[in-house]
Design a protein around this ligand. Sequence first.
Ligand code: C5P
Length: 220
Amino acid sequence: MITIVTLDGPAGVGKTTIARELADRLGIAYLDTGAMFRSVALFFGDGGWERPVDQLVPELNRLDFDLEGTGKYSELLLNGLPLAPEIRKEEVGLWASHLARIPVVRDFLRRNQQAIGRSTSLVAEGRDMGSVVFPGARHKFFMDASIDVRAKRRHAQLKSMGMDEDLERIRGQIRIRDDQDRNRVVAPLKPALDAVIIDTSALDADRVLEKIVDHIREKG
Ligand code: C5P
């Protein structure tokens, strides 16, 4: 039987760390849907979201995502190749957030995400996993934290990847992304009605993971 666990929340809340660990504990695959939006953003480049929709569609159809492996070793492939490390830059996150408002882009990625979820059990991380992409998921979680905590977490994550970006700049970009992600018309960032909400502002990653694992055990 296929089990889907959804993990949604705003930028920099620490979803990636938790989702990877959780998938590892459960022995299932980890799907980073933000990485899919970021890869499309990098493919279209700066300002790509301003192109007419009828130009975007044929380009999108050239992209094919695939997921291999389980837990920490899950790897998303785009047209058979690993994703570019530059997708992690905060600037590319902002481009992704502009593109994420366009319905044809969301539809295209939703279809890819649902196809992956039909073939394997997943911890699916994103903004609309519980509300739109996998409404029937067995377990749904929504992580939140203050903007200060999130900016610091994102700063530390980028630093650990060798990208030393300015903390204030990251905070500003996260604020813009938050506004765009929460206020867009299609699939805005919001908890699914049946999601468990976890405020992680005062919790470290181990504690958050324990809480989530406890909920999953209780529900079975
Ligand atoms: O999660 P991450 O920060 O990598 O996502 C980058 C951007 O992609 C988000 O700010 C959001 O605009 C978009 N996104 C989305 N829906 C998802 C995942 C990401 O709209 N399921």
